[in-house]
Design a protein. Structure first.
Lengths: 258, 268
């Protein structure tokens, strides 16, 4: 059995309308990698994460996380969803949101233990937000809320952290410290981060993958510009030899890169 | 009024029903409101009219008929919204109208205009029989057991259902169970305010509570207390004005909500 944390083989997925989101995507994520999946909006990045999490089933292809089907590897995954999906007016304190990371299945009449609370507060102080524990999540700033959701993902004690557009709500002045934090976590945890923001690919990121559907028309003679166009891959990254992978339609890309 | 309360069983029953209804309304209404499911609750309430019609036509207990239809509609909407999220709105509207239509046709077929069924539309809190009080108390116990038993999980799936799934929570199952509890609560509140106004009973107290508290458990408790105060207040008003109980409860609730909103705003 291989030591890869995530393995996707020829994964294809379509919306219920039949519109394809991912086509023949293959991907391997190694232990302690920090992978940034970049690409344009609508390129299938969030779908890719949800397939790894087992929230979506691919139409075809094989998915393994820690060598098992995604649904059986969930205990080892921490998920930080996109901030836009949150209900601002929901009556929940930051601490209670983080405590959600301590849930493991349905356990009737079980409350959160003292250990759960300590773990939640410990993750919060790691992220510098322990003083926000009693605050309502909807009243926090974008960056603070992002840290709450990262603390929640860390409260699950994950071996693999999956983040969807984490920088979206972090204001630019805090981005460096945000990536520094992810870099520190990466000493222990494998990280997969999805973003449409090319600037997010910082020095802490170890590998980059570009993802877009609809590559078929760019089959031959791939130069940097056509790759940039097809995948939304930044030319600077390609040109500077950042470790690099292209996802999708692998057969069309042979000799193209990696 | 105090002497009347000591003297008349129907008045004692009315107050008991108002208080028993308030418990479930506050607790379940909080979950309905944070999940933005008030139109679902309205649909389930109106669909139950079909069940009332069926029970009337086939001569079995009315509340049983109402419960049957409210459960079927709640689960039907639930399945549709889990499978095809974009169809949920259509399902809600369809169950709402079809339930009402079925009820009216069944009443007509069974020979005319059933005056006592009209009481289900607008409530008949001044005529709650003693055995219904026992039933309401049992439903309250069931609702409270459900909500306390699954409190963490209910908060989690309401707030972030995908994260909850990653945490191994069977979201679909819990959601369907919750819909059954909504259906039970709706039928129980039909006694108090009538099926047309159930939606207000489930949404107004949590809307007021939300202005003052920022945590789900407290919002449930506050909503239940607010619902109790509004129900009792509405009954007192009805007694002194000689107007109907259910509508007075709703009018008072609306007035208090508006006042709270103007004083406090949407903040919390």
């Amino acid at each position: 059995m291989s030591a890869n944390v995530v393995e996707l083989e020829n994964v294809t997925h379509s919306f219920s309308s039949g519109h394809p989101v991912l086509r023949n995507v293959s991907l391997e994520v190694e232990h302690k990698d920090f992978l940034a999946v970049i690409g344009p909006n609508g390129g299938g990045k969030t779908t890719l994460l949800k397939i790894v999490l087992g929230l979506l089933k691919p139409d075809s292809g094989r998915v393994r996380v820690f060598g098992r089907p995604p649904a059986k590897a969930r205990r080892r995954m921490g998920y930080v969803p996109q901030d836009t999906t949150f209900k601002r007016d929901f009556p929940i304190r930051a601490l209670d949101a983080v405590l959600m990371g301590r849930l493991q299945g349905i356990r009737p009449f079980a409350g959160y233990s003292r250990g759960d609370r300590e773990a939640a507060l410990e993750r919060m102080s790691m992220l510098g937000i322990e003083d926000l524990a009693e605050k309502k999540v909807g009243n926090l700033s974008g960056g603070q809320r992002q840290r709450v959701f990262i603390a929640r993902a860390l409260a699950t004690d994950p071996d693999l952290l999956l983040l969807d557009e984490p920088a979206g709500s972090v204001d630019p002045s805090n981005q460096e410290s945000f990536y520094h934090l992810l870099g520190e976590l990466n000493d222990r945890i494998t990280i997969v981060m999805v973003t449409h923001d090319i600037g997010a690919v910082s020095s802490y990121v170890k590998t980059v993958a570009c993802l877009n559907v609809g590559l078929a028309s760019h089959g031959e003679g791939l130069d940097h510009e056509s790759m940039a166009e097809a995948y939304g891959c930044p030319i600077e990254l390609l040109a500077h030899g950042v470790p690099h992978r292209l996802l999708g339609e692998k057969r069309d890309l042979e000799g193209g890169n990696d | 009024m105090i002497e009347a309360l000591a003297q008349y069983t129907f008045l004692q029953n009315a107050f008991a029903a108002a208080l028993l209804g308030a418990v479930a309304a506050g607790v379940v209404g909080t979950l309905v409101s944070v999940n933005r499911m008030s139109s679902l609750a309205g649909s389930v309430a109106h669909a139950s009219f079909g069940g009332l019609g069926l029970a009337y036509a086939a001569s079995f207990p009315h509340l049983l008929g109402a419960l049957l239809f409210s459960l079927v509609s709640a689960l039907g909407i639930g399945v549709i919204s889990l499978r095809y999220r974009e169809r949920a709105d259509t399902a809600i509207a369809a169950f709402w109208a079809i339930g009402m239509a079925a009820g009216l046709v069944l009443i007509k077929l069974s020979g005319g205009y059933a005056v006592d069924l009209m009481s289900y539309l607008f409530g008949s809190i001044m005529a709650v029989p003693g055995r219904d009080l026992l039933l309401m108390a049992l439903l309250d116990v069931a609702v409270l057991l459900f909500v306390t038993g699954f409190f963490r999980e209910l908060v989690a799936i309401s707030y972030d259902s995908e994260f909850s799934r990653v945490q191994g929570i069977h979201v679909g199952l819990l959601f369907m169970l919750f819909l059954c509890v909504v259906a039970l609560t709706v039928v129980m509140l039909i006694r108090v305010v009538g099926l047309i106004m159930v939606i207000a009973m489930l949404t107004i107290p949590p809307a007021i509570a939300r202005m003052f508290v920022g945590r789900m458990g407290r919002m449930m408790a506050a909503s239940a207390v607010i619902a109790a105060v509004l129900s009792v207040g509405g009954l007192v008003l009805a007694w002194y004005t000689g107007l109907q109980g259910g509508p007075m409860i709703i009018l008072l609730s609306g007035a208090i909500y508006l006042t709270a909103f103007l004083v406090r705003g949407e903040s919390s």
